[in-house]
Design a protein around this ligand. Structure first.
Ligand SMILES: C[S@@+](CC[C@H](N)C(=O)[O-])C[C@H]1O[C@@H](n2cnc3c(N)ncnc32)[C@H](O)[C@@H]1O
Length: 216
């Protein structure tokens, strides 16, 4: 657990305002990413006692990933700076008679017991923070991840049509080398590239799918 003096003061109130407005107007992401499903299937399905395996859903949004993890029997803690997002996640799980812990929390305020989580997932959430801030957030995440814990991230890549991300706050489009540097605090197991198009093949979106392990 971090004491106050150790906390990073990175809070960007802009991020929470932008996303709060988005969640008040739209339903965002009702189904989990296929990449997340594949990662979980390959790394966690065979494990015993799913209820004892703890996940942190970083930027849980409308709850699609948390719902999937909870349906698979894992223990889920989701955080997001948007009040409406957290409310939607809680309602979604309740509707499916599932439970988890969901809190309004900015990534700058992360505060859990050391070695709490078996896995931390970031589905396109960190990407809305400045790279210097992400590095500080990752430093904290390492502390909360178990020594053999995993970190899974999907983050936007360079070449993506930036107009598609208008009005979504700060975003940086990463090259593969930048990803390697950004996640260097972890042991990188794999970096895969995901490419899709929108607007009848006119606009391309690139994502990096990053699988890491803790190195302590
Ligand atoms: C693109 S959405 C993705 C939501 C969800 N992971 C999904 O896959 O549907 C980005 C999310 O990250 C959250 N977020 C971004 N930066 C944050 C920060 N510094 N603290 C807390 N939440 C943050 C936003 O509120 C938003 O819910």
């Amino acid at each position: 657990m971090l004491n106050n003096s150790k906390k990073n003061h990175l809070k960007d109130t802009n991020i929470s305002k932008i996303w709060e407005t988005i969640y008040q107007k739209n339903s965002w992401g009702r189904y989990p990413s296929e990449e997340l499903v594949r990662f979980i299937a390959r790394n966690f399905y065979e494990k015993k006692n799913h209820a004892n395996i703890k996940f942190l859903d970083l930027g849980c949004g409308g709850g699609s990933s948390s719902l999937f993890l909870s349906q698979e029997g894992f223990s889920v803690h989701g955080i997001d700076s948007s009040k409406t997002a957290v409310k939607k996640t809680k309602l979604l799980l309740k509707k499916h008679n599932l439970s988890g812990k969901f809190q309004v929390m900015d990534f700058s305020e992360l505060n859990f017991l050391d070695n709490t989580f078996n896995c931390i997932i970031d589905i396109c959430s960190l990407q809305h923070n400045k790279p210097t801030e992400i590095a500080k957030i990752l430093h904290l995440l390492k502390i909360f991840l178990k020594p053999d814990g995993k970190f899974f991230s999907i983050i936007v890549g360079k070449g993506t049509k930036s107009e598609l991300f208008m009005n979504k706050g700060f975003i940086h489009y990463y090259t593969k080398n930048e990803i390697k540097k950004l996640y260097k605090q972890f042991k990188i197991i794999s970096i895969e590239k995901l490419i899709r198009t929108e607007n009848n093949c006119k606009d391309t979106i690139y994502h990096w799918v990053v699988h890491c392990e803790n190195k302590k």
